[in-house]
Design a protein around this ligand. Structure first.
Ligand code: SDX
Length: 389
């Protein structure tokens, strides 16, 4: 494949050319603000630290969908709507039970979310009110899909969702078959809050691009799941845990500093580090680091936390690169007993709130998204007959 080095190409006609759309502003939004120099993150007016300390995931969903906090009756209504929609249509459940047990959980989640569209009364792009209903449906059903697949692939009976409790509580209940304690519920809830929304990341951009063709919200979220799955985006949290588990296999000989330096020397990426926008510590990572430290002590997994910290210091010293949201979320999920290949699914069941909020915002102020590509190939070649090639 040709390398696309544009140094000798005349790009004067294209003033906005920018690999990776770095720094390009494509939309205005009220959903979130990131100051990458200061390490500040705001969801619809509220600092992430304020939300982490005070909010629940359900309040964050309402905030992102309506740009304001709910009053108590609005919150109760949203919670009961979410509870009412947790069950999956039986063909979707059947698919989850019968698909390949070795399938990637993100792949199953993507296919199942796509199927959910077939069971909606409203087809196509929908009104704002209908789209809000679709947002609630997907937020309610994703945890059921993830937990059901994990149990089905392990030969366990699928646990039906509860008619009560928070999204976090019900997810852990369906996954483990027993009601979680307050600490585990709080940990999961905080993780959902921290992952809900993050500006024009690759998956949100995908969702908005699909919305802008006037396609439906299920298509937008299905596409976004595909984008989030990649290891340069949401898939990094699973990759971080696999790295730490590799170190653990070295039976007391693990050297995370040498491991990190050797990878850097080979010009390999260290998963969970770096960010297009943050040039300092990701503010979400502060909360996750604190949780990771505490949970690893409580569960006797201090080594995993110590190795993470050693990698963090090495990355800072060697490359001046800080961790992103995916680095410490890995050990947090591990400490509460979740399998590494489900981590990106958990990111998804939170981020669906942000994607759907952006979908509604895009639909209300739409224009087709259609950038240009700089053609660097040849032009008007003579046709060569098949036998002469
Ligand atoms: C998420 O956009 C969002 O908001 C995403 C997200 C969200 O909430 O939606 O925050 C969630 O996706 C977090 C990112 C998860 N991905 C990873 O952890 C994978 C590892 N990190 C990267 O590959 C990288 O940092 C990206 C993909 C996150 C950012 O890529 P950029 O902006 O295109 O940066 P780059 O690859 O051009 O790197 C710039 C420099 C390079 O060095 P030089 O060639 O200039 O010397 O930084 C180096 C890179 O090699 N670098 C790394 C590195 N990240 C950047 N070097 C080693 N390890 C890394 N992780």
């Amino acid at each position: 494949m040709a390398q696309h080095n544009l140094e000798n190409v005349d790009t004067s006609e294209y003033p906005h050319i920018n690999k990776g759309l770095d720094g390009i502003v494509a939309f205005s939004t009220t959903k979130s603000f990131i100051d990458g120099q200061k390490g500040e993150l705001i969801y619809s007016g509220y600092n992430i630290d304020t939300l982490a300390e005070n909010a629940t995931f359900e309040e964050v969903c309402f905030l992102l969908w309506h740009d304001r906090l709910p009053n108590s009756s609005e919150l109760e209504e949203l919670k009961s709507d979410l509870i009412a929609q947790r069950e999956l249509p039986s063909p979707v459940l059947e698919y989850i039970k019968t698909t390949n047990k070795d399938a990637e959980p993100m792949s199953v989640l993507r296919s199942a979310v796509s199927m959910l569209a077939d069971f909606q009364a409203v087809k196509g792009k929908g009104s704002e009110e209908e789209n809000l209903k679709h947002a609630v449906a997907m937020t309610a059903q994703m945890p059921t899909i993830i937990a059901a697949f994990d149990r089905a692939r392990n030969g366990l009976e699928i646990v039906a969702p509860l008619n009560e409790g928070s999204t976090a509580f019900n997810f852990l209940y369906m996954l483990n078959g027993e009601k979680p304690g307050t600490a585990a519920e709080k940990t999961m809830d905080l993780c959902l809050i921290l992952h809900a929304e993050h500006g024009m990341n690759a998956s949100t951009f995908t969702a908005r691009t699909i919305c802008a063709t006037e396609s439906d919200m299920f298509s937008a979220v299905t596409g976004a799941i595909g984008a989030l799955k990649g290891p340069l985006h949401g898939g990094a949290n699973t990759a971080v845990m696999n790295t730490l588990l590799e170190l653990q296999k070295q039976n007391g000989k693990a050297d995370p500093v040498a491991f990190t330096k050797e990878k850097l020397a080979r010009k390999e990426k260290i998963m969970g580090f770096g960010h297009r926008v943050y040039k300092t510590f990701d503010p979400r990572a502060f909360h996750l680091q604190k949780m990771s430290k505490q949970l690893s002590e409580e569960t006797g997994q201090e080594k995993l936390y110590d190795w993470s910290e050693a990698m963090l210091k090495t990355m800072k010293n060697e490359k001046n690169i800080d961790p992103n949201v995916d680095f410490f979320s890995a050990t947090v999920y591990y400490s509460i007993g979740i399998k590494p290949d489900l981590y990106t699914c958990i990111f998804t069941m939170s981020r669906v709130s942000g994607w759907s909020a952006h979908y509604i915002e895009q639909a209300a102020n739409n224009r087709l998204i259609r950038p240009r590509a700089l053609y660097i190939g040849e032009k008007n070649l003579d046709w060569v007959p098949l036998e002469d090639r």
